[in-house]
Design a binder for this molecule. Structure first.
Ligand SMILES: *Cc1c(COP(=O)(O)O)cnc(C)c1O
Ligand SMILES: [Zn+2]
Length: 396
């Protein structure tokens, strides 16, 4: 393991979450087995790839996460694929990280876990803690969490701590708490063990499709783009692939510190004090993993794109109405970014491109109901005229 801030190095140690010397982010540098081959793997989902996941696990806490469908576009572009992470057990890719991090917590004998969240980490942490039979605390920005996500955390029985402030305030509180009070295990993505699970997105894409030209990922706290990049790199080390895709990060206009830094060619982002966007999962002004994300984008020869809220909501509708796929706004940001990348000739329409659809549309019912729809009050005995009118277009 190696610290991204001070360069401190240590043998792989599951007890380490942040650098013991400076508190910086740790990278887990996996040396994958040289005889690795996809054909030899057994099982499905995250733990299919256990020989590439660092750490030792006495108990594996799993709800059959991962193994999500890679859906080829049928009405937008033949070369476009959707990795639909909304079909994980709690409806987002967070479950891939949570199975590894909660298994780690249990293997290290922790009885309590905690996570700050814009909603999906909370739902996932609550579910996996419940499955493990341990206590969970989640810290949420009050009034800023999509209804479906809050409802999940309530159902799974987490203790919900609400702060008056943004996600960043909640995140700072959890980091401080973790440094002071070592009896609670933190499940946020500064915990590098979570990213060990999330990197399996790359493994599934490579196993099913090979290496695409581009992978487009919505970026919030910025762990996932790094995790996917890490996954592709480790496959290169095994020799099963020999190139990696360009990693393209998408952020929303009101919360775009990393994308802005990449576009301006700066070494580090200027954090955003009051982040705002309809895409609540990426409404983050101080992304804790910014160093990792910028490394992934730059070393993969990738880029970053900023999209507006109206582009995000349009993309959410396009995805639903052209492809039949319901994704939450943060996920639709990937499609908004793809459309922009094509228009700005950053990506060619002939390039094989995978969008990571990070979460399910049901997470955020309010955003779905913002789309316009025809809703007609009818006399149930006299619908024929209305239907025939609609079919013939005379009522439109
Ligand atoms: C967590 C999340 C993101 C952002 O992922 P990061 O790793 O924080 O960058 C994007 N979309 C959804 C739906 C999420 O739940
Ligand atoms: Zn350090």
């Amino acid at each position: 393991m190696k610290c991204l801030s001070c360069g401190y190095e240590t043998e792989i140690d599951q007890n380490q979450i942040l650098c013991p010397r400076c508190g910086g982010l740790l990278e887990i540098l996996v040396e994958p087995p040289k005889d690795f081959s996809f054909n030899k793997l057994r099982g499905r989902g995250v733990w299919r790839y256990k020989e590439l996941i660092a750490g030792k696990y006495k108990n594996i806490v799993s709800i059959n996460e991962g193994n999500t469908p890679l859906i080829r576009s049928s009405n937008i572009n033949d070369n476009l694929y959707f990795k639909f992470e909304g079909l994980n057990p709690t409806g987002s890719f967070k479950d891939r990280g949570m199975t590894v991090a909660v298994s780690s917590a249990v293997s290290l004998n922790y009885k309590t876990v905690i996570a700050a969240s814009t909603g999906n980490t909370a739902a996932s942490a609550a579910a996996y803690a419940a499955r493990a039979g341990i206590k969970s605390f989640i810290v949420l920005p009050k009034g800023k969490v999509a209804l479906g996500k809050l409802a999940q955390s309530i159902l799974y029985g987490s203790v919900i701590l609400e702060v008056d402030g943004s996600f960043d305030v909640a995140m700072d509180a959890v980091m401080r708490l973790y440094k002071d009070l070592k009896v609670v295990y933190p499940l946020n993505s500064f915990n590098p063990w979570r990213l060990e699970g999330q990197k399996t997105i790359a493994f599934e894409i490579a196993e099913e499709l090979g290496v695409p030209d581009n992978v487009i990922i919505p970026v919030g706290n910025a762990g996932n783009i790094y995790a996917i990049w890490k996954g592709f790199n480790e496959l290169v080390k095994t020799g099963v692939i020999n190139t990696i895709p360009r990693m393209i990060g998408i952020q929303a206009e009101g919360a775009s510190p990393i994308a802005t830094a990449i576009i301006k060619g700066k070494d580090s982002p200027d954090f955003v004090e009051n982040p705002d966007t309809v895409a609540t999962a990426i409404r983050i002004g101080k992304p804790v993993n910014w160093q990792k994300a910028m490394k992934a984008i730059r070393e993969s020869n990738g880029t970053a794109i900023v999209v507006s809220d109206s582009e995000i909501l349009d993309a959410q509708k396009t995805l639903a109405r052209k492809e039949g796929i319901g994704a939450e706004p943060a996920s639709a940001a990937a499609l908004a970014g793809y459309i922009k990348a094509i228009n700005e000739k950053v990506v060619d329409k002939d390039e094989k491109t995978v969008l990571i659809l990070t979460g399910h549309s049901l997470k955020d019912p309010d955003s779905m109901t913002k789309a316009e729809a025809k809703r007609i009050l009818v006399n149930p005995l006299h619908m024929e005229k209305i239907i025939l009118g609609e079919i013939n277009g005379s009522n439109s």
